[in-house]
Design a protein around this ligand. Sequence first.
Ligand SMILES: NC(=O)c1ccc[n+]([C@@H]2O[C@H](COP(=O)([O-])OP(=O)(O)OC[C@H]3O[C@@H](n4cnc5c(N)ncnc54)[C@H](OP(=O)(O)O)[C@@H]3O)[C@@H](O)[C@H]2O)c1
Length: 391
Amino acid sequence: MHLMCRRWLVSTLRAHGGHFRGFSVSASRNTVMTAWVIDKYGKNEVLRLTKNAPLPIVHYPNEVIVKVHAAGLNPLDISMRGGYGAATMAMKRDPLNMNQSGSEFPLILGRDVSGEIMECGLDVKYFKPGDQVWAAIPPWKQGSLAEFVVLSANEVSHKPNTLSHAEASSVPYVACTAWSVIVNTGGLNKDNSAKKRVLILGGSGGVGTFAIQMVKAWGAHVTVTCSQNAERLVRDLGADDVVDYTAGSVEKQLQTLQKFDLILDNIGGDTEKWALDLLKPWNGAKYVTLVTPFLQNTDRLGLADGMMQTGVTVACKVLKHLRKGVHYRWGFFAPSGPTLDDISEMVDAGKIRPVLEEVFSFAQVPEAFQKMEQGHARGKTVVTITEDLNE
Ligand SMILES: NC(=O)c1ccc[n+]([C@@H]2O[C@H](COP(=O)([O-])OP(=O)(O)OC[C@H]3O[C@@H](n4cnc5c(N)ncnc54)[C@H](OP(=O)(O)O)[C@@H]3O)[C@@H](O)[C@H]2O)c1
């Protein structure tokens, strides 16, 4: 099927002299594109720039091809470069286990895209070629460190008019994560958040800087933990109370404050040993952590045993905390075009702004990974693509 589609695309492009629905490629490049790929898991040395990555094609009628103008990076890209989540991603890509191991290579990283629709599947009505769009790319799909990416139309959304592509590419992955955690798992929304007390553990990175603005826009009171040198940033984004985790026990500092309705934990580790005591008991209050052992379990134990282990772990924790009148949850990124439509409106209304820490050129992708690996993010790292390739 894959090969047939590719042949069809090649012959159609040739019949159109290399031009197809506004999609123009030179004869020598009509099945390949420029991309950063990895051919095996490892450290930064595995990143390879190629002009011969397979050009993505529409396999299903609800898919679109997006020309990438800018790509956002996330801590997940560093983890995936090293093989994190490989077992679960392999299952999502190939549920019947038909392919040989290593069939995911050459693998393209990059979970955020801002760009332009180049091609639409037959069932796609909401988009047309030329539309300016943004999307968060599910981790089992080829990523955005490339000229083109293929996505399901329901993962894509029209990008905010007020943002450049570089700015827009900093938002989708953290926005879809924050929305999934705060709205779907945490139960807050624009109509019920006024006067709710929200604690964001780790507010200075990608997810935190977005989450602060989102719940603040809905009227919540927001407390944030971060390093002292990030206080200015998180206050500018709307944080009401800021606790410096480097200045003595963060647990003790937080215990002096009123209890919370929702805690979003971007840090994990020991935090869950004490953070649930900060919730209002018997009030529906929830603690949601983004740092879960789900993918490590499936990598280590295989899919079946890993999922079993995960189920047992989370069930024990939920029950333990339920007895104390508080809710313990795991939160996950969830790709969603409709969610990004709502976020686009909030951005254009001036309620949320992108927080760009550093912008790299396409040639500097390894440097961008190195920077991400050092940690201490203050917002987001992005890579510009189209303007660099056109130089
Ligand atoms: N489960 C999912 O689907 C999912 C989805 C998205 C993200 N995540 C995970 O969620 C976490 C946050 O993601 P992100 O994109 O926001 O990461 P990020 O951009 O790397 O930000 C992490 C931030 O936390 C700060 N920090 C580190 N230790 C801290 C502590 N003890 N207390 C308070 N702040 C601390 C860091 O700055 P300093 O070190 O300078 O303080 C940094 O600003 C990551 O572990 C990521 O892998 C999970």
